[in-house]
Design a protein. Sequence first.
Length: 298
Amino acid sequence: MLINAAICNFENNGGGDRALWQRMHDKLASLDLHLLLRQEVWNAQDDGNALADAAEAVLGMAGLIGPECCTALYHDTNLFTPAGEFPKTGPMWVLPPTVRSLQLAGTAPGAVPLIVGSYHLNYGSTTTRLSEAERLTQWNDRWVKVDGRRVHYPALLGGDNNSYPVPGTPGDPALPVLGEIPDEPHRAHRSYVGLDGVRRMDDRPDDTLRTAGLQDVARHLATTAGNTTAVAPTVDAYDTHGPDSRIDRIYASKELLPAVCEVEVIDMKGLSDHHTVVVRLDRDTLTDILNNPLTRAA
């Protein structure tokens, strides 16, 4: 069995267009998801949680809406049981993430939980984005001692990075050329000045997460299996923003990588300004990883 986990930034949560909202959620429901990491869930808790409750009904999953309705997590209750939550995500967030730990059904007593998080890095500040990415690394640093050894809980985190992956992955969209981005504020939003005084496109969040052992699952498949479709763009070219880019990414602790079977970018044209990324995990392998953290950590 494959466990399907997706990230979806639904622009403005439909912006009040209930028909559009319904079409998007019907599309997501058709993907047979077991985990959904949402961004831009604005107004989900208005009118007595009307949209939050409707989303759970359409998706067939239980949801957790994060602070200020910035992000949310949904899980298949037949596969996952909540084990813990992390409501205090730190003071630096413009759009706070939603993070919780989940116990996979069928794992042994004493198996470690899976930490799952949905995040949305800041749009307008490279400095803030870097701080937020640094803060995300804390969820790849949760551990317990087993037989006197430190065992980390594996993490699966994904969202809108508002920045680029470090170049070098086969098939990855090329970084924009700064001077060719028509919108001048966007040039500032997506670039930073290095110590040498040269302005560069912002790939520091990706570098930070991967330095901390959180691997870009699409990059992993493109480099190890030659699956370049995994690194398809998630945002189309815009007159103001520049060319196609891979802004939306899913990161996994390195212990989880053996379970990664496939990454697919789902076209969401007409529904949102971001495409949806789905990672498919082999359930048996994931179960073994969670059951045997000492072996996997060796």
